[in-house]
Design a protein around this ligand. Structure first.
Ligand code: AMP
Ligand code: MN
Ligand code: MN
Ligand code: MN
Length: 283
């Protein structure tokens, strides 16, 4: 089969992190949208993979177990996707457990910061949107702030709150880049830099990110992402060529109203790039 021509989506979320749909629902939606191969990549969590994999098998949809790991790098939060990981791997499980463990305290401080600008009850509100109590994140706070009529939509919340310099932002130490790549590799997976255009890094730090990522054994970059426009896709296609990285194609779908690209509806990769799924499916 022509693997370039497959409909592939290697990044999406379920209710196990900050997606709106259950693992079964997001797999079903990808299938209806014509996907041939899908990875579920919840933030710092593996809890949806068994259900998603079973649903995909029943539908005849190719499934790649994945995860999206939160990393701190040069004062920014960076996301590293792991694809084709073994969800039973102890190093990966232990690492993710450690990454998740700070979320509860962070959520409490976020709520305190929001209370200082007059937004009370945000922790309880965010928790109502979080199906997984171990994974309360900014998206859940944002949804609560939309629900109470403070802001028209989640995107507008992030223009005014929850980001550096705005109320409700809390500095947090996530994983170290080399550790995250190491856990993914220990679990037999391929590490991918997620949505690189979204990071506010100087060009020197962006260069360092890719150098350290490659030195740690990272192998791929999201060139096509629901978070990239066409210029950004071209820019990171160049990065893939320069660093000899495999290219990924990813919606980063969270739900109907929050994602510009639906799951299973990603544009194709630039044709000269080597797709990361060449490493994920037996030829
Ligand atoms: P957290 O891991 O709790 O810091 O939350 C990160 C998540 O917040 C991302 O994966 C997105 O789901 C959401 N998010 C962050 N920034 C934005 C933004 N500008 N617009 C919409 N969602 C965002
Ligand atoms: Mn998210
Ligand atoms: Mn991300
Ligand atoms: Mn994501």
């Amino acid at each position: 089969m022509d693997i370039q021509g497959l409909n592939v989506d290697l990044h999406c979320h379920s209710t196990v992190s900050d997606g709106w749909l259950s693992p079964e629902e997001v797999v079903g939606r990808a299938h209806r949208n014509g996907a041939d191969l899908l990875a579920l990549t919840d933030h710092d969590e593996l809890g949806g993979l068994a259900a998603a994999g079973a649903t995909a098998a029943a539908l005849g949809l190719g499934f790649v177990p994945g995860v999206e790991i939160s990393v701190s790098f040069a004062g920014e939060t960076i996301h590293i996707v792991g694809l084709g990981i073994d969800p039973a791997n102890a190093a990966l499980r232990g690492g993710l457990q450690q990454v998740r463990s700070g979320r509860d305290a962070r959520a409490r401080v976020m709520a305190e910061e929001l209370a200082r600008v007059g937004i009370r009850g945000a922790l309880e509100g965010a928790r109502r949107f979080a199906r997984n109590p171990n994974l309360v994140g900014r998206a859940h706070f944002a949804r609560h702030m939309v629900a109470i009529g403070l802001m028209p939509d989640v995107k507008t919340v992030f223009d005014h709150y929850l980001v550096r310099g705005k109320p409700g932002f809390v500095e947090h130490e996530w994983a170290v880049l080399e550790d995250a790549v190491g856990w993914i590799r220990a679990a037999g997976g391929v590490a991918v830099v997620a949505h690189p255009a979204r990071y506010r890094l100087s060009s020197a730090n962006m260069q360092r990110l890719f150098e350290r990522f490659v030195a740690a054994g990272g192998e791929a970059v999201e060139v096509v992402s629901g978070a990239h426009n066409d210029d950004e896709t071209r820019r990171f296609a160049h990065t893939a060529r320069v660093h000899g990285l495999l290219a990924s194609r990813a919606s980063d779908f969270h739900g109907d109203t929050e994602s510009p690209v639906d799951v299973g509806r990603c544009p194709p990769l630039p044709p000269d790039l080597v797709p990361v799924w060449s490493r994920l499916i037996p030829s």
